[in-house]
Design a protein around this ligand. Structure first.
Ligand code: GUN
Ligand code: FE
Length: 528
């Protein structure tokens, strides 16, 4: 008799244990026991392995079917899924005010939150995201709904309650003490589930909306419970200029976060397009990772994040969709955008050179689909401190995997395969052209959580849920407009440096904390 929860697959498994190298484990037999990979061996040892594990059958993959590790999205704003694909017309600080805060605030309607979050988690699982690092929203309750939804559908996740206690709309702000209390409540609620797939995360939104007191208090909670931490760092000019005006005594966002105690080996900072080399080296020393969100950076950012350069300085780098700053929930899309982003850097360097010679220096930022897949799996696992648990197919790791079917031709699939194309070409087509239709089964901890249109732990199917959602969306409250004080900050920070400085001055008069330089010598803050 097979031990409980033991099963086996025979076929081809693709993964990227080494950056830039795609390894194909061809005709292997993978035994999964209690969610973990117990054995990887040659397919022709099937009979012996079957006897050893008491397996009544071994599932053989069909030609053109492959396993790939589940994707790890290191930066998702769960409530922003509601408006993903819309609202791409304004810069970051205005985008937060105009679209983001109202949308997030509307999750106080818990019925709506419950339904939207089920749709969100289903959408991400369907697209192959077996692990996600989620930001929730400000209010405590909807975040508990998010955690429940993840638990119910079987996804792996690191989840945080967003904290923000300054420069935010009146209806979407908390006072410092409440924020710290609710952050701790969220941590204990999530840990109390004792669900090994779900971990809580401390989530100061970003420096402009978090007082030093809040950030330091959150760092203490993270330390007390050994939590992950997530925030946004050096994302775009509007944000960076705003922080420089608010905290002139610090050399950079990284210096602020360092002083607050928020740079740890379990911290993931999103974007980082404007990090200096010194900042990157410092994050690397702390073991802090950056979530590279190429699609979002094209819309809300002003600069390119250079993956190869950051890795060469020792930084941990994962990949993120940044829904809704990024307009796609798909990590396949994120991988393609990472490749395009790298090629834009090359094109930019050539344009700056004014010449027609592509030098090796211009080439060194270019990444291929293989590096992108590494970022979406191994890089993400490293960023989330899960490199010994997921990211590749190795004995002892948990089986988070996607069964890819490249046999869907014509209108039933996103691409066609032609005679003479081998497995490697079919797999490359999947990474570059594939979509959720190719992901016929999704596994987390060895459990099939989605097969075809069915979410197996939920018992519902996609079509039915979509119909239900339309009713709930109709009944959701209309988001209120945020307060004028914040509007000014957003507008000015994005408009010009001069205006940003005027505004931050005004905000300080309005009761925001004065720059720290009054109490601390500036030289201290310039060092890490
Ligand atoms: N900075 C602060 N909040 C956000 C957010 O929700 N999305 C992005 N992209 N950047 C942010
Ligand atoms: Fe973000």
């Amino acid at each position: 008799m097979a031990a409980a929860g033991t099963h086996a697959f025979r076929g081809t498994f693709y993964h990227t244990p080494t950056y830039g190298q795609l390894e194909a484990l061809r005709d292997v037999l993978v035994v999964i026991q209690d969610g973990k990979i117990a054995r990887i061996t040659n397919g022709d040892e099937e009979e012996a392995v079957q006897r050893e594990y008491g397996l009544s059958e071994v599932r053989h993959l069909k030609d053109g079917q492959y396993f790939v590790p589940g994707f790890i999205d290191t930066h998702v704003h769960a409530p922003q899924y509601k408006f993903t694909g819309t609202g791409t017309d304004v810069p970051l600080m205005e985008w937060l005010r105009k679209y983001t805060f109202p949308a997030e605030c509307s999750f106080q309607d818990l019925e709506a939150a419950r339904h939207r979050y089920l749709l969100l988690v289903k959408r991400f699982l369907a697209n192959g995201t077996t692990t996600a690092m989620y930001y929730g929203s400000l209010h405590l309750q909807p975040n508990l709904v998010l955690v429940d939804s993840i638990e119910r559908l079987g996804q792996r996740a690191v989840v945080g309650k967003v904290n923000m206690d300054r420069h935010s709309p009146d209806n979407y702000i908390e006072n410092t003490a409440d924020g710290l209390r609710d952050a701790e409540k969220f941590v204990t609620y999530t840990m109390g589930k004792k669900c090994s797939r779900i971990q809580p995360c401390i989530t100061p939104r970003f420096i402009p909306t978090c007082t030093p007191e809040l950030m330091k208090g959150l760092a203490e909670i993270a330390q007390k419970y050994g939590c992950h931490i997530q925030s946004h760092i050096s994302e775009c000019c509007g944000e960076v200029n705003c922080v420089r005006e608010m905290h002139p005594e610090y050399a950079s966002d990284a210096a602020v976060f360092e002083e607050m105690g928020l740079l740890t080996s379990r911290t993931v900072m999103a974007h980082g397009t404007l990090l200096t080399d010194d900042d990157i080296r410092h994050l690397a020393r702390r073991g802090t990772a950056v979530s590279h969100c190429p699609l979002s950076n094209f819309f809300l950012g002003d600069a390119f994040f250079k993956v190869n350069h950051a890795l060469s300085l020792g930084l941990k780098v994962g990949l993120g969709t940044d829904v809704a700053g990024g307009i796609s929930p798909s990590m396949l899309s994120a991988q393609r955008m990472a490749v395009v982003n790298s090629r834009c850097i090359r094109a930019h360097k050539l344009a700056v050179s004014g010449g027609t010679t592509v030098t090796p220096e211009m080439e060194k930022d270019v990444i291929t689909f293989k590096e992108a897949l590494w970022l979406a799996t191994v890089g993400g696992a490293q960023a989330l401190d899960m490199a010994d648990i997921v990211g590749t197919f190795e004995v002892g790791k948990e089986f988070d995997a996607l069964l890819v079917d490249t046999n869907l031709s014509g209108t039933s699939g996103p691409f066609d395969v032609f005679e003479g194309e081998d497995d490697d070409q079919r797999f490359e087509k999947f990474i570059n052209l594939g979509d959720d239709r190719n992901l016929i089964e999704v596994y987390v901890q060895g459990v099939c959580v989605k097969r075809g249109d069915e979410f197996l732990l939920d018992g519902s199917n996609v079509t039915k849920s979509a119909e239900e959602d339309s009713d709930r969306v109709m009944s959701a409250p209309t988001p209120a407009e945020p307060e004028t004080a914040y509007v000014d900050l957003a507008h000015r920070a994005d408009s010009s440096d001069e205006a940003a400085s005027l505004d931050v001055g005004a905000a300080a008069e309005d009761g925001a904390p004065a720059p720290e330089s009054e109490s601390e010598p500036p030289t201290k803050r310039l060092r890490y």
